[in-house]
Design a protein around this ligand. Structure first.
Ligand SMILES: C[S@@+](CC[C@H](N)C(=O)[O-])C[C@H]1O[C@@H](n2cnc3c(N)ncnc32)[C@H](O)[C@@H]1O
Length: 260
């Protein structure tokens, strides 16, 4: 399977800015912003990677969110024709063991490249909740789905600390190149875990930080160990299931919601 042709677009500069590795700088801690002082799990550093936001969670710097762009450059980069060759997104979707009738949440859906691929694998009766915090991305996703006559993708406007999904309503959460951008990863993980059904899975698809040949900026990569360190904090109730290593650039680290 290939990415559908109407998603074929040229690579633009905004997206290309994600490429090329940079180094991370370290320095002293800044005062914590109001409301996050005291028990905050976050730390703030003045000197940091220019592609990060200077906010650290369990030793990892959080990356800047990839914007839609003034002329949609960000979305066009996500939809680039070369993506299937570079990232094998169709193989990614196959590796997720989807079944008809499943409710899948594509969190950080962007313009819907992954949502569209997921959608056909959960038919009949299944649907994809496509969650993003950028309205422009969701508007474009809606238009893309209309063009492709896909009616089982539901756009959901998320917020920075919650995907706004119903509790225990989702069989599988998928985040493709997204989690490292969450400004509030702890709050998002708590809320995502609540939205999972018991036994439901959550898949982190992240560029492999262990591999220096993966041509992506450092703060946009995560090691398997770091993903596990963050997701296995006891408060989330998540258990590691497997790490799928079939993709050329990313690993897929999968957890399930443990029984109460
Ligand atoms: C690099 S894009 C990936 C898009 C899509 N997953 C794909 O692979 O085509 C990251 C997306 O995550 C979204 N995002 C960042 N923080 C988010 C949050 N807290 N909740 C939902 N989406 C978020 C951004 O708006 C952006 O569209």
């Amino acid at each position: 399977m290939t990415i559908r042709s109407s998603f074929g677009r040229k690579i633009l500069l905004a997206g290309a800015s994600l490429l090329l590795t940079t180094s991370m700088a370290f320095a002293e801690e800044q005062p914590k912003p109001k409301g996050e002082a005291g028990s905050s799990p976050y730390e703030f550093r003045r000197d940091h990677d220019p592609n990060g936001i200077g906010k650290f969670y369990l030793g990892r710097e959080i990356a800047r969110v990839m914007g839609f762009g003034n002329s949609g450059e960000g979305a066009l980069w996500l939809e680039r024709e070369t993506r299937e060759k570079e990232e094998k997104v169709s193989l990614l979707v196959k590796s997720l063991k989807l079944e008809p009738g499943m409710i899948v949440a594509d969190i950080g859906s962007g313009s819907g490249v992954i949502s569209v691929l997921l959608a056909e694998h959960v038919l009949p009766n299944g649907k994809v909740m496509a969650v993003d915090i950028q309205q422009e991305m969701l508007d474009r996703l809606k238009r893309n789905c209309e063009k492709l006559k896909i009616d089982n993708v539901v756009p959901v406007k998320g917020a920075e600390k919650t995907p706004n999904l119903k509790p225990e309503s989702v069989d599988l959460i998928v985040m493709v190149d997204v989690y490292h951008e969450f400004e509030h990863p702890r709050e998002m993980l708590l809320a995502m875990s609540k939205s999972l059904k018991e036994g439901g899975r959550i898949a982190f698809v992240e560029y492999r930080r262990e591999d220096p040949t993966v041509p992506i900026k450092l703060v946009h990569k995560m090691s398997e160990a770091q993903v596990r360190k963050e997701a296995e904090q006891p408060e989330f109730g998540l258990e590691w299931v497997e790490t799928i290593g079939v993709l050329p650039r990313q690993h897929v680290v999968v957890f399930k919601k443990a029984k109460k």
